[in-house]
Design a protein around this ligand. Structure first.
Ligand code: 26W
Length: 871
């Protein structure tokens, strides 16, 4: 574990560049002084001999077969679907590489300010289909693989999702990369290359969630480029000795050193050659193993340290909205931020500018507080390695970082125990204390004699142990702080960061409402609807997919009967596609002549899947009590749930168990099964969402008001013509503003009421039988064993009966009323289709292109850097 390297050389080791040369005849060339000379105007010279894109079917089939025989070392006469997928992927990858090289060369040449998106999660899903579509080559590939005897659908099904994320925050990062490249913005993503993504969810016969690992890299990943030559050292533990010279500098030495190795993932823009980069770090031991121990026969000890290095990037933490305080997670966060910063600083240094100009060339976006250690880390580099004084360093830092908050739930706000940081990152703890000291001095100056305020605002929360409040650190270390929907951004400013708004001024705080990429979430997942839209708008999809407000042109067609019929027929075929998927994957027969009602998201009490399932039970009991004639007049409904629960989240897992067992009873009941069906689809993923969303008539976004920061699947459903049933929360509000309140189904209490209601629950509780008899009846039926042993569910039911923190007893009646309105509206088929069309037509605002341009213009101050078209 101990290092033999002189501490003084650490951090400088990577500055020695490898000796690189330009292929003769390929610019840039170096002049006499060794300076790079880029061509002015004439790009032919350096493009000559560079590989071009395969844009016709014969060259596509040729590269396909080439890859079968060379890269895959397989024979053309016995290829399976997996082999065909790999060959197709490698052929597409060749094309991406052409554009990627051009793009990166163009950035190097023009040296613009760049933005970096630091996210612990990137939920990319599958790549092949998206890459073909973005390149504009899908039709050619469809034809090419068909010529070779394969079907593109079979090939696409072979790909495993890259599931390096938990939920909304991770998928948002993926959408933002798509939009950055599509808008030709110089943006790179930085994350971790987890060996295991989010766990696979299995459901036991009893209905329990079981977790299995997701070894997604087991079949080689054609989409990553290992960059074994790009690596950095990262230190943990050891000690930090202040250099008592009044400079505040320290010498951090000893401890464990590991290597970060880069893997690059190409991010193609839509209908542009711009292809950006997502750089993922893998941890490796700095030395293979300890040869001394090995020679002494102590093999276990010999590999111990190498195992501990590799462990850092082995697995994605599966908990969202709960902070755990685990040492390995802290090591992940530091490992990733330290490697990314070294890489960003090295790229900046190649420009030969003074370090004080760093913020003019780099903007770093912090995706939630997970990368907040980048703030003290950049301070450490600037002070200890670059010899800057504190003030200059702090000036650079606070002009470089931008912080996005994604939740105001108290249990999700990251806090790290001071003793843990002191142990793992001793130098950073010193720096955090220093930042805190200067900060609190400034606060005290502005608000003298306000000790409460000082303790509220401190980076350190008093207690046993003391803890570092990462949101406070992210806030004071950043140039701007934003929330992800209007309501959420207001809540950030009036609750968790209120004191900071008072101290720093409101102009530092803002809102960027989330968005989704219409390429994946309409064109790719719903190709028939995309084609109908192009035909109707008389626009190439290249146009409206990049300016989504063009969808407004659909509005008049809501009045066109023929168009409505086409619109509805596509929804119907999407239901059939989903039913087929459920049939082939789960062996279950789902009826397609019914309303499809969908709630798909992480399981969490605040998202209130419990409210939904209790509503389903209420409907079941109501149907049971009807006569056959009465039932025949009701609206047929199929309810779908999907989502994962954090492995340690007992109540969330119990909710899954209840859903599965209610489904078992309802689907087998001859009285009701024609009118109500219920499914829990296991192992929710990006790919499953792509099948579910286009099939939905209504989707549920029913969080307790003020708890869902934004939500992004709400946008995906509405873009695909599904209507929204929801609370007045997150982006639901802005969706309703766009599509009109008559096209959404709102219910429940509003945010300002929540605090009072919770107070009532605690201090003036009313028995549930009195307050909400319908709900009390549902709970009793569950207790009495209608869905199997009622005792199992008591802990879940008790969260509603006692305390009811998420206000189910307050919102249940209005929820049931809203469901009734949905039924009534759906029975008026033509009117429903009109609502569906109008909803899609007004979703332009929610393109992630709009969101990313807001970040680029109002926050990062970066511009589009188009790649010149190849000649
Ligand atoms: C430290 C544990 C932890 C891990 C992840 C805490 C919090 C998180 C995320 C911030 C949770 C998350 O994904 N938040 C979601 O972010 C989406 C994108 O902005 C929003 O649309 C969702 O409303 C929000 O819940």
């Amino acid at each position: 574990m101990t290092s033999t390297i002189d501490p003084a050389t650490i951090g400088k080791a990577n500055r020695a560049r490898r000796h690189v040369r330009t292929l003769t005849g390929y610019l840039p060339e170096t002049d006499a002084s060794g300076k790079e000379q880029w061509p002015k105007g004439d790009e032919k010279v350096w493009r000559a001999g560079t590989r071009g894109l395969d844009t016709d079917v014969p060259s596509i089939t040729k590269t396909f077969v080439n890859h079968v025989q060379t890269s895959l070392a397989r024979q053309a006469y016995n290829l399976d679907n997996l082999g065909a997928y790999q060959a197709a992927a490698l052929s597409v990858r060749d094309n991406l590489l052409v554009n990627w090289n051009e793009t990166q060369m163009n950035y190097t040449r023009k040296a613009p300010k760049r933005a970096y998106y630091l996210s612990l999660e990137f939920l990319m899903g599958r790549t092949l289909d998206n890459a073909m579509l973005n390149l504009g080559l899908k039709d050619k590939y469809v034809e090419g693989v068909k010529k070779l005897g394969f079907s593109i659908e079979d090939i696409l099904e072979q790909e495993r999702d890259a599931a390096l994320g938990n939920g909304g925050l991770g998928r948002l990062a993926a959408c933002y990369l798509d939009s950055s490249a599509s808008q030709e913005l110089p943006v790179w993503g930085y994350g971790l290359r987890y060996k295991y993504g989010i766990f696979q969810q299995l459901i036991s016969p009893e209905g329990n969630q079981l977790e299995a690992p997701d070894p997604w890299l087991d079949n080689q990943n054609p989409w990553e480029l290992p960059r074994l030559d790009v690596s950095y050292e990262v230190r943990f533990y050891g000690s930090a000795d202040r250099l008592n010279d009044g400079s505040g500098r320290s010498n951090w030495h000893g401890g464990q050193e590991v290597l970060a190795v880069a893997y690059d993932v190409m991010i193609p823009g839509y209908n542009t050659p711009t292809t950006n980069n997502l750089r993922l770090w893998e941890s490796k031991p700095k030395r293979g193993f300890d040869l001394n121990s090995f020679n002494a026969g102590d093999y276990e000890h010999a590999v111990e340290s190498s195992n501990s290095a590799a462990a850092i990037t082995s697995v994605l933490y599966p908990n969202d909205h709960t902070s755990f305080g685990k040492e390995l997670r802290l090591k992940q966060q530091y490992f990733w931020t330290a490697a990314s910063l070294q890489d960003i600083i090295r790229r900046f240094k190649n420009l030969g500018k003074p370090i004080t100009e760093f913020p003019d060339y780099a903007a770093i976006q912090l995706n939630d507080t997970h990368p907040t250690l980048a703030i003290p880390e950049l301070m450490r580099v600037l002070i200890d390695d670059e010899d800057l004084d504190w003030g200059t360093a702090w000036q650079i830092v606070t002009n470089t970082f931008f912080y996005t908050n994604h939740t105001v739930l108290p249990e999700a706000l990251e806090k790290w125990p001071v003793p843990l940081i002191e142990h793992v990152l001793p130098r950073h703890m010193q720096i955090i204390y220093d930042i805190n000291l200067f900060f609190l001095q400034a606060v005290e100056k502005k608000f003298p004699d306000d000790r409460d305020r000082l303790s509220r605002m401190s980076l350190i929360e008093e207690g046993q142990p003391k803890q570092v409040r990462m949101a406070h650190l992210a806030c004071i270390g950043s140039r701007k702080v934003n929330g992800v929907a209007e309501l959420h951004s207001d809540l950030v400013q009036t609750t968790i960061l209120k004191d900071f708004v008072e101290f720093e001024g409101v102009s530092k705080f803002g809102n960027v409402t989330n968005g989704i990429t219409p390429r994946r979430w309409l064109d790719q997942c719903n190709p028939e609807l995309s084609a109908l839209i192009s035909k109707t708008l008389k626009l190439d999809k290249n146009v409206w997919l990049k300016d989504l407000t063009k969808l407004e042109g659909l509005l008049p067609f809501a009045e066109d009967k023929k168009f409505r019929t086409e619109w509805a027929a596509i929804k119907q075929r999407n239901k059939e596609r989903l039913a087929h998927h459920v049939q082939t994957t789960l062996g279950l027969t789902v009826r397609t002549d019914a309303m499809y009602d969908v709630q798909i998201k992480r399981l969490h009490e605040y998202k209130r899947q419990t409210l939904n399932i209790l509503g389903v039970i209420h409907r079941y009991l109501t149907l049971k009590a009807m006569t056959t004639a009465e039932r025949a007049k009701t609206n047929r409904r199929v309810v779908f749930f999907a989502g994962k629960a954090a492995p340690a989240y007992y109540i969330a897992k119990l909710t899954i168990r209840l859903i599965v067992n209610v489904a078992r009873v309802i689907n087998a009941d001859p009285d009701t099964k024609d009118f109500l069906q219920l499914y829990f689809l296991p192992d929710y993923s990006v790919s499953l969402a792509e099948v579910l969303i286009p099939a939905s008539d209504i989707s549920q976004h029913i969080s307790t008001a003020g708890t869902e920061a934004s939500g992004t699947s709400n946008m995906k459903f509405c873009l695909n013509g599904g209507l929204l049933l929801g609370t007045v929360d997150g982006a639901n509000i802005e969706i309703a503003e766009e599509v009109g309140e008559s096209n959404v189904f709102f219910f429940g209490h509003l945010t300002p009421a929540v605090e009072d209601l919770r107070h009532q629950h605690l201090y003036h509780p009313v028995p549930i039988e009195e307050k909400c008899p319908a709900l009390a009846n549902v709970l009793n039926e569950v207790s009495k064993g209608l869905f199997g042993d009622g005792g199992v569910y008591e802990p879940l039911l008790n969260t509603v009966r006692h305390g009811d923190y998420y206000l189910l007893t307050d919102d249940f009646d209005s929820y049931i009323a809203a469901l009734a309105m949905v039924d009534e509206a759906y029975l008026d088929t033509e009117e429903w289709i009109k609502k569906s069309i109008r909803t899609t037509a007004k979703m332009g605002k929610f393109s992630s292109d709009r969101a990313i341009l807001e970040y680029a213009e109002s926050y990062w101050n970066i511009e589009a850097i188009p790649v010149a078209a190849a000649k």
